[in-house]
Design a protein around this ligand. Structure first.
Ligand SMILES: *Cc1c(COP(=O)(O)O)cnc(C)c1O
Length: 396
């Protein structure tokens, strides 16, 4: 294990620079410690690698294509590639992580899986792999989100998961997280808690980044094979908690000539009070068990974020990204709701691909950066737009 912290991996205590760590109630310590002690050993074992490679290939549909977007390239006067995570089983990158964590849970002899979900995408990816592996699956979800995200609730139920409403507080994601943590404290021996992004106490951010790093590992091979080049000049991804961005950046972080561009949701605009651009609005604080940048009031109350895309509607950012931001290794841009909508409609018309609203934020950044003719720009298309058709229909 590396003791020194680097930009891509934390030190032994889970710190990326000054961000990360494990700020958890004492009663949770044995569970997190069991995971911390074992995760690297498990994921580097030949048995795990074989199981995970097979599932990623035959079940999730990897490698996902790296598509040279000829019409966008012509328009922007450069070479633009789309990493097609939208073609993964269940429609987004989230399955890369749930496959990894469920296999870790099985190696740790856990037969009960819990998760929290906001928009329901992580809940669906978790319920999917639990069905495949015959594990009990309990998903905590805010009562308000259950109403707002009915199709995903139906999917989880059809996949055999139990969806438990969180009825306290604002009845949204953070209340669901509290319920999941309470469950884990009460069921320390048979249960694994699957976190859906590069957030949470150490070792979650590092473990999830490693599971998503398959994205940049494939990009590297595919660029080499398809275009004969070793490094892209730019990689671009949207950031909610930051898992698809972590996966897209991972194998490029220590290669300084590759520009990393993270795109946050500006919502109605950064200074409107209805935004989710954490690096622009956040200050150092503790959220979901790690020290990072958090949108909060002066006395530490979390500010409700806003984004048109449910997956970016999060008041924090993973510690890996907080460190990429404060060390200036990555540039953090933002796109408003309207810019994301315009980018989604543009991609649909130009390339025949309907992106998820989250991914549309990454696409919106294309018009905010100056590219040269010989640049090779990779945009992570984190998910497909089927789930967002209700929103898109309002603007047709
Ligand atoms: C959940 C989700 C995101 C945001 O999560 P990250 O952890 O930041 O990747 C982005 N895109 C899609 C399609 C999602 O479902």
């Amino acid at each position: 294990m590396n003791k020194k912290n680097t930009l891509s991996n934390p030190d032994t205590n889970g710190y990326y620079g000054q961000f990360g760590g494990a700020y958890i109630p004492e009663m949770l310590y044995p569970n997190v410690e069991e995971l911390r002690k074992n995760y690297l050993k498990i994921i580097s074992s030949p048995r795990f690698k074989k199981e995970s490679d097979t599932l990623l290939r035959d079940y999730a549909g990897r490698p996902t294509p790296l598509y040279f977007a000829q019409n966008l390239s012509k328009q922007f006067g450069t070479n633009i590639y789309l990493k097609r995570e939208d073609l993964c089983h269940t429609g987004a990158h989230k399955i890369n992580n749930t496959i990894g964590q469920i296999l870790v849970a099985i190696h740790l002899k856990k037969n009960r899986i819990i998760a929290e979900t906001g928009a329901g995408q992580h809940g669906v990816a978790t319920a999917t792999v639990c069905a495949l592996k015959g594990l009990e699956c309990i998903v905590y979800m805010g009562e308000k989100d259950i109403e707002r995200q009915a199709p995903n609730v139906a999917r989880m139920k059809m996949l055999g998961a139990t969806v438990v409403p969180a009825t306290s507080g604002s009845k949204t994601l953070k209340d669901a997280t509290n319920e999941a943590i309470r469950d884990w404290i009460n069921n320390p021996t048979d249960t694994h808690y699957i976190i859906g992004s590069v957030v949470g106490p150490h070792p979650y951010p590092d473990m999830v980044a490693r599971f998503q790093s398959v994205i940049s590992s494939e990009i590297k091979n595919q660029l080499h094979k398809q275009a004969g080049i070793k490094w892209p000049t730019h990689v671009i991804a949207c950031v909610g908690g930051g898992s698809n961005a972590a996966g897209t950046f991972y194998h490029f972080i220590n290669e300084k000539k590759v520009k990393l561009i993270a795109v946050e949701a500006a919502g109605c605009g950064i200074n409107t009070g209805k935004s989710a651009a954490t690096t622009q609005l956040g200050t150092q604080g503790i959220l979901h068990g790690s020290k990072s940048l958090v949108m909060q009031t002066k006395d530490g109350q979390v500010i409700e974020p806003h984004s048109i895309s449910a997956g970016l509607d999060y008041p924090g950012i993973g510690p890996l990204h907080a460190n990429l931001f404060s060390s200036k290794r990555a540039s953090f841009l933002s796109a408003t709701d309207n810019e994301a909508l315009a980018a989604a409609f543009h991609l649909a018309k130009k390339e025949g691909i309907i992106p998820a609203l989250e991914s549309a934020h990454a696409l919106a950044a294309l018009s905010k950066v100056k590219f040269k003719k010989n640049d090779h720009v990779v945009v992570c298309l984190s998910g497909r737009g089927d789930k967002d058709m209700d929103t898109y229909m309002k603007y047709l």
